[in-house]
Ligand binder design. Structure first.
Ligand SMILES: *Cc1c(COP(=O)(O)O)cnc(C)c1O
Length: 355
């Protein structure tokens, strides 16, 4: 079976070495040595100063909204993973969807400003499949209208924008370190908080609101534990190999898929790439279903990322967002992971090319 992704598992003896140390110290959570070490390593690797590790990416989003005190309505993208929207609804915020650009698949910044009203408190945008949004344009909109910007950068591990980490844009960016992402901690995530005051507040908020043993504000438990951090430290050692192998897989698809009806995502020229997904956009949902069923015949399992368009979720009131609804019906993510063999990939390519 070839799945859309495969979790990278580092050398088991290396992981065991970390576990032995955890058993030796007896500290398994509460901002332990490995969480602090991973935080420092990630500061260097990602070139960001203000990173806080948490238990998963969804909680990172929820904590971000609390830190910034979002209220009422939030402008967001309908084309993302469900957590981008569900985290808003969970915090009692109302998503207002702005349609996407059909080429980049990111929120269309040209349509944001006309959707801002007196209830709008923020923009929550996703860098879809690691493709950076027009961050300068979005930052300009936020300043002119005095609203916050949060980037769901779950797909953006290691992505730069004009030579600087894309995570340094907006008020807060979040990362996900879930097992399916290119860098993972089994489960995990991070907040990158660009304002020092909010950064200190975030530290307290992810730990019940404690500051030096005293509760100073409302908090939640979003702490990462030592076993998660140990996995992260192991995976980080191999990250260059992981990204390089994914690049080969990515480029092989780009060079070899030759069906007229396939379109590729338009990538932001100012951004570096991390090759986290390989989406193809087809002519119709009918064609997508045909390709999917043919691949399934060979035990190859692609995924419909992202389907449905988030405005169609059962807990969202009626809002129509034409382009997102259309794209979500005919976009398919093909298998891409570090150890995908060339022969398996050739099989996928020939099945698709021969339909
Ligand atoms: C994976 C993902 C999340 C959620 O992260 P978890 O760590 O699984 O909670 C949020 N947004 C996007 C775009 C994602 O792909």
């Amino acid at each position: 079976m070839i799945n859309v992704t495969k979790t990278y598992l580092p050398d088991i003896n290396r992981y065991k070495g970390y576990i032995d140390k955890i058993y030796g110290s007896g500290q398994i959570t509460n901002n332990g040595d490995f969480v602090r070490e991973l935080e420092n390593r990630l500061k260097e690797y990602l070139l960001v100063d203000n990173i806080i590790l948490v238990s998963n990416g969804t909680l990172a989003l929820q904590v971000a909204y609390m830190i910034l005190g979002l209220q009422k309505e939030v402008i967001t993208t309908p084309f993302s993973f469900v957590a981008t929207t569900s985290s808003l609804v969970w915090q009692g915020l109302k998503p207002r969807y702005v349609d996407i650009d059909k080429h980049t698949l990111n929120i269309d910044y040209r349509k944001i400003e006309s959707n801002i009203n007196s209830n709008t408190s923020a923009i929550v945008a996703t860098h879809v499949f690691g493709n950076g949004c027009e961050v300068d344009k979005i930052d300009g909109i936020s300043k002119r209208n005095n609203i916050k910007v949060i980037y769901d950068a779950a797909h953006c591990f290691g992505v730069d924008y004009l030579g600087k980490s894309i995570l340094s844009y907006g008020d807060i960016s979040i990362l996900s370190f879930h097992a399916t992402k290119i860098f993972h901690c089994i489960e995990g995530g991070a907040l990158i908080v660009n304002d020092k005051r909010f950064y200190n507040k975030a530290r307290e908020m992810i730990n019940f609101g404690f500051d030096n043993g005293k509760i100073v504000e409302l908090g939640i438990n979003a702490k990462m534990n030592e076993f998660q951090a140990a996995m992260g430290l192991c995976v980080l050692e191999d990250i260059d190999k992981i990204i390089n192998n994914r690049r080969l897989v990515y480029n092989h698809y780009r060079d070899s898929l030759n069906k007229q009806s396939i379109c590729f995502q338009l990538m932001n020229k100012n951004c570096s790439m991390n090759y986290c997904y390989f989406p193809i956009i087809l002519d119709s949902e009918k064609e997508l279903l045909k390709i999917t069923s043919k691949l399934l015949d060979y035990d190859i399992i692609p995924r419909r990322y992202f389907y449905p368009s988030l405005n169609k979720l059962p807990y969202i009131d009626n809002q129509s967002v034409e382009i997102s609804e259309d794209i979500s019906k005919r976009i398919l993510c093909l298998p891409i992971y570090e150890s995908l063999s060339e022969s398996s990939q050739d099989m996928i390519i020939s099945i698709i090319n021969n339909i």
